[in-house]
Design a protein around this ligand. Structure first.
Ligand code: MN
Length: 575
């Protein structure tokens, strides 16, 4: 194909136009990371760009566009919408090179170093479409999460890749669209949510819905459009007095009135059966204040106080995620107030920094890390730690692991206090026993009960946010089979399972000794054949079970001589 340019003038000029367009897109990308990169970084980015252009030069996307547009776009998303730096840009530019061209991971390592090679290797391993029924794909997804412990950028670039593929899904065949869109809704949108990438999560959900439920999607889009004018007028009238008061108090701010995403409206309509016209929180008002790090909290409450001077708040709907940020790093103050027209309106109050973190998530968080000390950094860390534990504890059953992971993705978290007032985050529905395992596996294994807010409660007691809990232990306690039904966290489940296994093994050892003594006494050798015959006779699954049941008295060794006598009698005489 490429060689024909030499002979065909028309094609030749088209080729130059294409080159120009590629360079233009590259320059836009460079401008986006200007402030975050030095000369050295920009050299490496250029090198990655050149290699990507060269390797993909004969390839086209389904839409007919040059393939290189895709890696550039993915890098652009990493830069603008996630706020990542040079290393991630390099990896994004090269993310499809190893999979689709002759270039190897070794080549990348030689030219760009260890880190980019490792990230691109992770990205290459998790390519392909994840099918909800296929355990191979579930296993791939598990691998992808395993790389979290190495470098979270693998996941972030993967999300950017997916976002661009969703934005350009139109040119795919219908069955492919459906597959990719369902996978996005099932796995990637929740993942973006959990990483605190709110803007990306919302867009993935909306695009997912657009391709899985095209008619419903269009219906909601139309309705939103038809009601736009009325909504704008309402928002203007509602925010006018607030804006005035904020300005008079010398605050620098921005007020946004944005409708809910199509996906979340669809969710309300279908899952809760609320008709579109009756969704009261179809939009939320967001007030973003420019604030110095030391004034953030005070400024937000100042705004809150001004808002509620004009409109009466609903006390049950106050959410303070500033004092206690959510585990994905989200900080904001939410209140729902009554408007003069009798409509409830949600108002979200936050600072510019909080807004950036809410929109761009984890990476934006890195950018702010140096400037101010804040507690949500440790929240992200503890979340990543929990993901790692979940992966480690999921003894190889990938599908079960995905379900558990999803469960943990969607569940909201609760905040629990230790007796010393230390705060711990757990998934909702966690019990006293979950908490015990959260503290330490030994505490969990020896837990006999707990005191919640100074009242004695059983192990299975479900915890609520704000509970203060003290675990009561006994050295005589052992984990029981039914404990598995008392816990929701993967960590606790894993620890109980391995303790039970350990327990069983120890018991079996005792049983083996008892049986051997008995057989010795009867002048019999405890060889494999005899043991298997005994297991069969006592109707247990394995020799290990035989030992175990002997140890716990389930099998009475007194019945053994009778059984052996019986056997002898019936044994045919062989000469
Ligand atoms: Mn790609």
């Amino acid at each position: 194909m490429e060689s024909s340019y030499k002979y065909d003038n028309n094609n030749g000029s088209r080729f130059r136009i294409r080159e120009k367009e590629i360079l233009k897109r590259y320059k836009v990308l460079l401008r986006s990371v200007q402030g975050r990169t030095n000369l050295e970084d920009r050299k490496i980015i250029r090198k990655a760009f050149d290699l990507a252009v060269e390797s993909h030069k004969d390839m086209r996307r389904k839409s007919g566009e040059p393939y290189i547009y895709h890696p550039i776009a993915v890098a652009q998303i990493c830069a603008d919408e996630i706020g990542l730096g040079a290393t991630a840009i390099v990896c994004a530019l090269l993310h499809d090179v190893v999979e689709d061209t002759e270039i190897t991971i070794e080549d990348i390592k030689r030219q760009f170093g260890e880190k980019p090679a490792m990230i691109i290797d992770g990205l290459t391993k998790i390519s392909g479409v994840f099918d909800q029924r296929s355990s191979q794909q579930a296993e791939n997804f598990r691998k992808m999460l395993l790389t979290l412990s190495d470098d979270v950028r693998v996941i972030l670039i993967k999300l950017a890749d997916r976002l661009h593929n969703m934005r350009t899904l139109d040119s795919m065949a219908r069955d492919k669209q459906l597959k990719i869109a369902s996978e996005t809704l099932y796995m990637y949108a929740p993942l973006a949510h959990r990483l605190g990438l709110y803007a990306i999560k919302t867009e993935l959900e909306d695009l997912g819905l657009k391709y899985t439920e095209p008619d419903t999607y269009q219906e909601i889009v139309d309705k939103l459009k038809n009601t736009e004018d009325v909504r704008k007028r309402f928002i203007n009238r509602f925010t006018m007095p607030i804006k005035k008061a904020l300005a008079e108090n010398g605050l620098d701010f921005e007020v946004k009135g944005r409708p809910k995403s199509v996906f979340s409206i669809w969710n309300k309509v279908t899952k809760k059966g609320v008709p579109f016209e009756e969704i009261y929180d179809i939009f939320a008002i967001r007030i973003i204040v420019e604030s110095k790090p030391e004034n953030e909290k005070a400024d937000c409450w100042k705004v809150y106080s001004m808002v509620t001077d004009f409109y009466k708040p609903s006390p049950e709907r106050l959410r303070d995620w500033i004092s206690t940020p959510r585990a994905n790093g989200y900080e904001s103050l939410h209140t729902t107030v009554m408007s003069p027209t009798g409509k409830w309106v949600e108002v979200q109050i936050r600072t510019r920094r909080m807004d950036d973190i809410a929109e761009k998530g984890y990476a934006a968080h890195w950018l702010y890390k140096e400037g101010s000390k804040n507690s949500s950094e440790s929240n992200i860390d503890s979340w990543l730690k929990r993901i790692r534990e979940m992966i480690e504890n999921s003894d190889g059953n990938a599908l079960e692991f995905i379900d558990e992971f999803k469960l943990n993705l969607f569940s909201e978290e609760i905040f629990i206090f230790t007796p010393k007032g230390e705060l711990k985050t757990l998934p909702a529905n966690s019990t006293a026993l979950d908490f015990a395992y959260e503290v330490h596996s030994q505490i969990g294994n020896s837990c006999i009960g707990a005191k919640v807010n100074n009242k004695l409660v059983p192990l299975s007691y479900p915890l609520k946010s704000g509970d203060q809990i003290e675990i009561i232990t006994s050295s005589k306690q052992r984990p029981k089979e039914d404990w598995l039904g008392y816990v929701v966290t993967a960590k606790a489940k894993g620890r109980i399972k391995s303790a039970l296994k350990e327990e069983k093994r120890a018991m079996a050892e005792e049983g083996r000794a008892m049986l051997e003594r008995k057989l010795n006494h009867l002048k019999l050798k405890p060889d494999g054949e005899l043991l298997n015959r005994l297991a069969k006779n006592y109707k247990v699954h394995s020799v290990l079970d035989l030992f175990h049941d002997i140890a716990i008295g389930q099998i009475d060794l007194k019945t053994l001589p009778d059984y052996l006598e019986e056997k002898k009698k019936h044994r045919p005489t062989v000469f």
